[in-house]
Design a protein around this ligand. Structure first.
Ligand SMILES: [Zn+2]
Ligand SMILES: [Zn+2]
Length: 889
């Protein structure tokens, strides 16, 4: 059975049994900043399991095939038959509806009747004290008691060991697992082998979690009023079992990727070899990277982005080790999309985009991989030479900073050589490196939700009235102050308020939150930030007058001018998006945005910097639309209807059953929850401020509209006026005048260079140089150039060498009283006599507090003590004279 069929069979089976088939949640967990990636099917149902918050009304049974990513198994990928970074988890869920009997009976029915397992080849395990499940398996399903295993809370409880170790409040329960038993001839062969054994005999195919209790503060387990079912079956593993192959990498979903990698390397590595591990790892990592990029996580240096970069770079290195020195991963992208499109058809459209992003990352890394590998090999040798066992953190930081080696990769390579890397020292070194490069604003920091999370327990979700209204009456439902839920907050307190309804827009979708005032008869709260958490709007600010109480009716009013500026910028992002696709092509996808009152930025996929002409054209197109004064219309519709009308959805965003479609004129349609101008003319003027690259294949445009644009134009006018003043020329001639001045400056520099050469050469042979000594026929010529640099020394030296076929030359130069340089040149015959310019310079340079060296015939040194220059030149002359005498024939 093909993987696509296995997935479909599962979902259809549960659909037929009253489950709502829901799409996979994004790999990026919505509203859960604590989680790096979605790692299980139940993540999207947290509220349903708790029966509160955003729980979908009426949803009691659901089934999904969930995209999952687990970074913690990264080290095992390729080494085992069934560990992956990205995988799919099939699951059926009950929220206070059916319980153990149905969950167990249906699982069995699907495995035996749906997938055709022979009941004789299955075994099950139950929690040792869960008599109920045991009875269902034995008496209801009819599994022989010998095939039912009882295990303790470590193996058969979720979370593992919950009865003894889980904190109070944890929802938990026993689980029961189903295994494919390959029989005693497979695996360890011990008579006592059972499903808890680590050998290959038993392969887990399905885990049913029977959520039944809440852990109490006194350690006891209190039965839940309603019980939940949460099951998970790894799709890749199920496919391997059903397709009768030894590892997941041989299933129909992996085999084509593996085959392509093998084809590219031209070698078929034996199972169990290091090369085979590399091939499997490449297949796993490119698939995971494509799915992550599909959900909007592009390779980068922060959190999730760093994980994607890490796996891509590890795959590049694996390829490199297999002899692939050109970008190759991007060629696997179409194969990945082909194998995954059954479950995720939306990947097909973005295939080229994925490939370009992957290729850009590969090229960037390949260009430094060899050099970095050589440096690392050198460092490892040094460490081993010292007999030490750890590589310094500074070396690892340099490899990351300069050659793009993720720490984990350096660590991995070191491990291969029996070394470890100092993690703490690496972190410290990185922090120091970054301290210099900080300074930009920090948007999107993770908001502390600890006390705020409990607002959900006491308040209903907030109704947002701000699309139509700038102000209105509302009731205070919750007050958070000092990380506590409180009933009132006095003057001076920093507070977060939840209201039943609000015109304040909570930061989301790139649009910043509103500012404004909340007022009762005697109290006033200044709101300086508004955030959204699920369906709740949190107003952050300070009580500036009176006392605000729970239950108070307040007048909520946003700063309408500020909001108007935000509206103009938000509508402008839509126009910009449209114009970029028009000018650059349909591959342009929005990758992120920030809409603030004073400016906005828009991140999008594209693979080269924009030319001046492209930027001009984009700006022109947007301004044409502004002048057209087209109407902005908002419509609530279904995702399908919006898609049919060509509405653009955001990269990696998940939408509900009802979506808000924002149309500008008849040319731009986007799904968007933000606030907008009424007509494009409100934007006034649109000006691009900058265009830069922010990641492989991702560009960023910053722009201004309205007052911001007006201010920018005014500032530039003023600059131009000032420039004309400085250049003492009319404004119309500023460019011409600047060009003239640059040409003059160049000519002057050339003249100066010539003059220096003449003066060093000393017209008529004098100059600052003199013959300080003569040994036999060989002169020792020396001199000091004041106010000259190292480059001038070379020029003077060349001229002296041209005039003396056989000579020893020593030159010194001092620049600005801060630094000095020294040069020694020897003609070939002197080198043949065993003299070495490098030795002479090194010795003499000590007198100017420096060091240096060079070839036998030419060497240079620098130092920070010009006072010692004359002495240094004399010392060099003396040494040369002595060596010349010693070696005289
Ligand atoms: Zn065993
Ligand atoms: Zn928008």
């Amino acid at each position: 059975m093909k993987t696509d069929e296995i997935r479909e069979t599962f979902l259809r089976f549960f659909e037929e049994r009253g489950h709502t088939r829901l799409p996979s949640d994004s790999l990026v967990p919505a509203n859960d900043p604590t989680l790096l990636f979605t790692g299980a099917g139940m993540n999207q149902f947290k509220d349903e399991f708790q029966g509160k918050g955003r729980a979908r009304a009426g949803l009691q049974r659901a089934c999904t095939s969930q995209k999952c990513f687990r970074a913690d198994d990264l080290d095992k990928v390729g080494l085992t038959s069934a560990h992956h970074t990205f995988f799919e988890m099939l699951g059926n869920f009950s929220f206070g509806d059916y319980f153990k009997r149905e969950a167990i009976e249906w699982a069995w029915e699907l495995l035996v009747d749906g997938y055709g397992f022979d009941p004789e080849e299955l075994a099950v395990s139950v929690y040792e004290h869960d008599e109920e499940s045991l009875a269902i398996w034995r008496d209801g399903v009819g599994v022989a008691e010998a095939r039912i295993y009882r295990f303790g809370e470590h193996d058969n409880y979720w979370p593992a060991d919950a009865p003894s170790t889980a904190p109070a409040g944890t929802l938990c329960g026993p689980c029961t697992e189903i295994f494919r038993d390959y029989g005693p001839q497979v695996g360890c062969g011990r008579p006592e082998c059972d499903p808890s054994c680590e050998c290959d005999r038993y392969v887990e195919v399905w885990n049913l979690v029977l959520q039944q209790f809440r852990k109490q503060a006194d350690g006891t387990l209190e039965p839940l009023p309603t019980q939940n079912i949460d099951t998970g079956a790894g799709l890749e593993r199920l496919a391997a079992v059903l397709q009768g192959v030894a590892t997941d990498f041989e299933t129909d979903i992996f085999a084509p990727i593996v085959a392509q990698v093998v084809g590219m390397t031209g070698r078929q590595p034996e199972p169990g070899t290091r090369d085979r591990v590399r091939v499997c790892r490449i297949a796993d990592h490119i698939r995971a990277a494509v799915l992550c990029i599909g959900d909007g996580v592009l390779p980068g240096n922060k959190r999730r982005e760093y994980v994607v970069r890490r796996i891509l770079r590890r795959a590049v290195r694996d390829g490199h080790e297999l002899g692939l020195d050109e970008p190759f991963l991007f060629k696997l992208v179409p194969t990945v999309v082909e194998t995954m499109k059954g479950g995720y058809p939306e990947l097909v459209e973005r295939r080229e985009n994925f490939a370009r992003i992957v290729k850009a990352e590969e090229e960037g890394f390949l260009s430094t991989l060899s050099r970095g590998s050589a440096i690392l090999a050198e460092r490892i040798e040094q460490v081993q030479g010292r007999g030490a066992k750890t590589l310094g953190g500074e070396a690892a930081a340099e490899l990351w900073d300069t050659y793009g080696f993720p720490f984990e990769m350096t660590d991995e390579i070191c491990q291969e050589h029996g070394l470890s890397v100092e993690r703490a020292a690496f972190d410290a070194a990185m922090e120091q490196r970054q301290a210099g490069s900080k300074g930009g604003e920090q948007f999107g920091q993770v908001f502390d939700t600890s006390a705020l999370a409990r607002v959900k327990d006491v308040a209903e979700p907030t109704t947002f009235t701000g699309y139509e209204h700038d102000e209105g009456e509302a009731t205070v439902l919750a007050i958070v102050a000092g990380d506590e839920l409180v009933d009132e907050a006095p003057e001076g307190a920093e507070v977060t308020l939840a209201l039943d309804r609000t015109p304040f827009y909570g930061e989301s979708g790139g649009q910043v939150g509103d500012h404004g005032l909340l007022e009762t008869g005697d109290a006033r709260v200044e709101v300086t930030d508004t955030r959204r958490a699920d369906d709740y709007v949190h107003h952050h600010g300070r009580v500036v007058r009176g006392t605000v109480r729970r239950g108070d009716v307040v007048r909520a009013a946003i700063d309408a001018d500020r909001r108007a500026a935000i509206r103009r910028n938000h509508t402008a992002t839509h126009l910009l998006h449209w114009a970029l696709r028009k000018v650059l092509g349909e591959h342009v996808e929005q990758a992120g945005s920030l809409v603030a009152p004073d400016r906005f930025r828009f991140d999008f996929t594209h693979f080269a910097p924009l030319s001046r002409q492209e930027l001009d054209r984009v700006e022109e197109l947007v301004n044409e639309r502004v002048l057209e004064n087209a109407a902005v219309a908002v419509e609530l519709t279904t995702p399908e209807a919006a898609k049919a009308q060509g509405a653009m959805a955001l990269f990696g965003e998940k939408y509900g059953d009802e979506v808000r479609m924002v149309s500008v004129g008849d040319f731009s349609r986007e799904l968007c929850g933000g606030t907008h101008a009424e007509r494009t003319g409100d934007i006034g003027l649109f000006k691009i401020v900058s265009e830069t690259g922010i990641a492989a294949g991702v560009r960023r445009i910053e722009a201004v509209t309205g007052r911001g644009a007006y201010q920018r134009v005014t500032d530039q006018e003023a600059q131009l006026a000032r420039l004309a003043e400085v250049l003492k020329t009319p404004r119309e001639r500023v460019v011409e005048r600047a060009e003239e001045l640059v040409a003059e400056a160049k000519q002057l520099a050339r003249d100066l260079e010539k003059a220096k050469r003449r003066s060093f050469a000393g017209a008529g042979g004098g100059g600052p140089f003199e013959e300080k000594a003569r040994v036999g026929d060989t002169p020792v010529i020396a001199g000091v150039l004041e106010g000259a640099g190292a480059k001038d020394l070379r020029i003077a030296c060349d001229q002296l060498r041209a005039r003396h076929a056989s000579a020893a030359i020593v030159l010194g130069a001092a620049a600005g009283g801060k630094s000095a340089s020294l040069l020694c040149a020897l003609s070939k015959d002197l080198v043949a006599r065993g003299l070495h310019a490098g030795d002479v310079v090194r010795n003499a340079a000590r007198l100017i507090g420096g060091g240096g060296g060079g070839r036998p015939d030419l060497a240079q040194a620098g130092g920070k003590q010009p006072d010692g220059l004359a002495a240094a030149v004399d010392a060099a002359v003396a040494e040369l004279a002595a060596r010349l005498s010693d070696t005289q024939a």
